[in-house]
Design a protein around this ligand. Structure first.
Ligand code: 3ON
Ligand code: FE
Length: 493
């Protein structure tokens, strides 16, 4: 009897698919209220605003999107003042969102599988993808910007979240030019006399790919911009910076444009992972000098990277920490993303890559094999050596599973701390917020939205970053759920 129950314990999952699926229902309402259902206490020193972005709608009037990455961007913001918290959410009024809401049906092809109703005839030769502004939201240069990597940023009012239009940075960008969703901020940029600098990029696909790098000053102006052409198709979602370089992982994928052009498949369904091809690592100087080699390409084993944690320079080497998948499953045209078989997919693992700029070699080391995604670090350490990282993780130590826990990793001592919301909680991206006046790297809080399937609502959970074993120091119950999101940022301005 006792042997049997132990065995079933081992086989038991930390979640049910039905619970997980609840977090992928659309949220149609827009709210504006003070959060008063709180367990624990919001630290009074925690002052500022957490902005989050992600797909808020997973359907138009009951017509489902094919993939969550195709969902319309919805911004949530939680403002902390004197121990209280205020919530507000609004959809980004993109051209596509407005048109589809008015029509009450899908009018656009989505990148990851959503097609216009009516079969291939309705989709053939339509290369117009819907800018859904759903991936990240940043506050920079006095502007709140919703980002999606294949098109222009949308500017929003930071207080009301009202959509103000596309952002072209005083004409530095032109219509149709993309501004990626993963900017990196170097807090102390030597080139700018110690001022903060935001670095971002754009990818222009084709037979060869153009990568453009933008550097913005604290006023939100593009002060440096340079473009590079690299051979082949690129699917690059994120990058990392150091004081001297931008580093991109060109995942080994091929793109077959024919089914896309013919309206048979969406663009994202024409991307095929190449497990026998190496990953190319593109190293681009941030401040290209006359006569200097413009771009250096190194190679490492095949793998797929969406997100990097951080990078820094040590002597002749650049160290890059990244979440790496052994395989990228194809998006299947007839499938339903809510029916995912987690165990059949490869988990995201955390690796450290050592790029030797002198001899061109790359070696790598596994840091964490527990399934993990959505890393966060102390903002002052971006591009520089660091000790602690916080990341969403699976409840179980091995296997692929939904994110239900928050993991803190001490890269120096190897110590791990895990806070889990299992069995009925599912976590999103954690964000580290430093305590005002903090001196220690982990002196601050970790904020994350947790979908609570038991109540079909989301909580904002606050952990003490220096000690996860305390459990949540505050749990703010929202009045509704927030569909699983992507990225966000915290501003104390
Ligand atoms: O050549 C083109 C280049 C390009 C920029 C190809 C292309 C059309 C596919 C393209 C567009 C790419 C886009 C629009 C990518 C959008 C990505 C997105 C919205 C989200 C990515 C999320 C990544 C992860 C790892 C999410 C994880 C989620 C969980 C763990 C569960 O909540
Ligand atoms: Fe991302």
């Amino acid at each position: 009897q006792s042997f049997k129950s132990q065995e079933s314990l081992v086989a038991e999952k930390s979640y049910t698919c039905a619970d997980w699926q609840g977090g992928y229902q659309s949220l149609t309402q827009e709210f504006d209220y003070w959060i008063d259902d709180i367990e624990g206490q919001i630290p009074t020193e925690l002052q500022g605003t957490l902005f989050r972005n992600g797909p808020g709608l997973l359907d138009v009037n009951g017509q489902p999107f094919h993939h969550p990455f195709d969902g319309d961007g919805m911004i949530s913001k939680i403002t902390f003042t004197n121990g209280r918290a205020h919530f507000r959410n609004r959809f980004v009024r993109t051209t596509g969102y407005l048109a589809e809401q008015k029509a009450g049906k899908i009018l656009y092809r989505g990148t990851f599988g959503t097609q216009k109703p009516g079969g291939w005839l309705a989709n053939i030769f339509d290369f117009n993808l819907k800018n859904i502004a759903n991936t990240n939201v940043i506050y920079w240069g006095g502007k709140l910007l919703a980002l999606w990597e294949a098109a222009e940023a949308y500017r929003l009012d930071p207080y009301t979240l009202e959509t103000l239009g596309n952002e072209y940075f005083n004409g530095a960008l032109s219509a149709g030019e993309a501004f990626a969703a993963h900017p990196r901020v170097e807090k102390n940029c030597d080139q700018d006399g110690g001022a903060p600098c935001l670095v971002n990029f754009s990818i222009k696909p084709g037979l060869s790919t153009t990568i453009t790098i933008f550097e913005l000053n604290p006023a939100g102006e593009i002060v440096r911009q340079h473009a590079h052409s690299v051979p082949g198709f690129c699917f690059i979602h994120d990058f990392v910076i150091t004081p001297n370089y931008c580093i991109f992982f060109q995942n080994p994928v091929t793109f077959n444009p024919i089914p896309f052009a013919l309206g048979i498949r969406a663009a994202g369904e024409c991307i095929k992972f190449q497990p026998n091809q190496p990953t190319q690592i593109l190293i681009i100087p941030r401040f290209p000098k006359e006569g200097q080699e413009k771009i250096k390409i190194l190679e490492t084993q095949s793998g797929f990277v969406f997100h990097h944690v951080n990078a820094f320079e040590v002597g002749d080497e650049v160290l890059v920490d990244s979440i790496c998948y052994q395989n990228l499953p194809e998006v299947e045209p007839k499938s339903d993303f809510r029916q995912v078989d987690f165990e059949a997919l490869s988990p995201g693992e955390l690796w450290r890559f050592y790029l030797n700029l002198k001899d061109g070699t790359v070696r790598r080391e596994l840091i964490e094999s527990r399934c993990c995604e959505f890393p966060s670090i102390h903002p002052a350490n971006v591009g520089h050596p660091y000790r602690y990282l916080y990341i969403g993780a699976a409840h179980a130590e091995s296997g692929n599973a939904p994110l239900q826990a928050l993991l803190k990793i001490d890269l120096e001592s190897g110590e791990r701390q895990l806070w889990s919301a299992a069995p009925r909680g599912f976590v999103g991206e954690p964000i580290f917020v430093l305590r005002p006046g903090s001196e220690k790297e982990d002196d601050g809080w970790v904020l994350a939205l947790v979908y609570d399937a038991a109540h079909h609502r989301s909580d904002l959970v606050i952990l003490d970053a220096s000690d996860f074993s305390k459990g949540a120091i505050a749990r703010l119950h929202l009045k509704h759920h927030i569909p699983y999101g992507l990225h966000g940022s915290f501003t104390s301005e």
